[in-house]
Write a protein that binds this ligand. Structure first.
Ligand SMILES: [Fe+2]
Length: 270
């Protein structure tokens, strides 16, 4: 087996401050704990250098929901970085990161061994469900790409960039996706972009760059739907193994089937 260093991608936990509250029929705090247990029990944390947590951490914007999330990350015991999603309150997230002693998790980039470099982008657009990379965020990206031309770049962002094939979801993706694509397409060393928000597994390609979405640790959206619909697939996460020769492998891992992880399939929205 080739030597690797691993990134864990966790996204869309949609937690409540009160651990007893359910989200469309499932307990999201319980599931995030089950995901952390799964990673540890399977040994998928071995070689893990980073957990990228790409937003929709909270469902109720409460400080306690962030306490619950960051406690789970501390339990996982892998360094982690976070960016917000549309369901997050950035001020509450930052405050709780500070109080939890995890304030370094807000760092937006990390260099790993063998010339790998990770960039986390903030697509939170206040008051909107869709995402936006503001000009200052695009400027940050350009600087990162310029300063790390000698490295292989992995980018993480909450909102999906390429359409996933569900009309309702593709109306609320990254609003200025083409602007982002124009920036990254000019850099041959950008290997892949990993997103949340879509609550399903997806893989696509733009020019030389691979694009992925990762299942939520909470409920899953049914793929290829015109309107909102939930799915019966289990919560999951993604592992990404980086090799010294500049190649990588990735796969989605899901929890074993359990009725307690099945949401109320008659839900009309969230
Ligand atoms: Fe979400």
């Amino acid at each position: 087996m080739k030597a690797y260093q691993r990134i864990l991608h966790i996204t869309d936990s949609h937690l409540f401050g009160d651990k007893k509250i359910e989200f469309l029929g499932i307990n999201t705090c319980t599931i995030l704990s089950a995901v952390v247990d799964h990673i540890k029990q399977t040994g998928f944390d071995q070689g893990a250098k980073l957990t990228a947590f790409t937003g929709d951490i909270s469902q109720d914007y409460s400080l306690a929901s962030y306490t619950n999330a960051f406690s789970a990350m501390v339990e996982l015991a892998v360094p982690f970085l976070v960016v917000p999603g549309n369901h997050d309150d950035k001020d509450a997230m930052l405050q709780e990161l500070g109080e939890s002693g995890c304030s370094s998790a807000i760092a937006r980039q990390m260099t790993l061994d063998h010339n790998w470099h990770v960039v986390m982008l903030d697509s939170h657009w206040l008051g909107q469900v869709k995402g936006l990379l503001e000009e200052k965020e695009l400027a940050f990206l350009r600087v990162e790409l310029e300063q790390h031309r000698d490295k292989n770049i992995m980018i993480f962002i909450h909102h999906h960039v390429l359409p996933v094939g569900s009309a309702w979801l593709d109306k609320i993706n990254l609003f200025n996706a083409q602007q982002f694509l124009d920036v990254v397409a000019g850099h041959d060393n950008v290997k892949a972009v990993f997103c949340g928000h879509a609550h399903q597994e997806f893989a696509g390609k733009y020019k030389h760059i691979d694009f992925y979405t990762t299942p939520s640790t909470s409920l899953q959206f049914a793929p290829q739907k015109i309107k909102f619909a939930l799915d019966t697939t289990m919560p999951g996460y993604r592992i990404i193994d980086l090799f010294a020769d500049g190649t990588y492998e990735t796969k989605v891992v899901r929890l074993a089937y359990s009725e307690q992880f099945l949401p109320d399939l008659s839900s009309k929205g969230y």
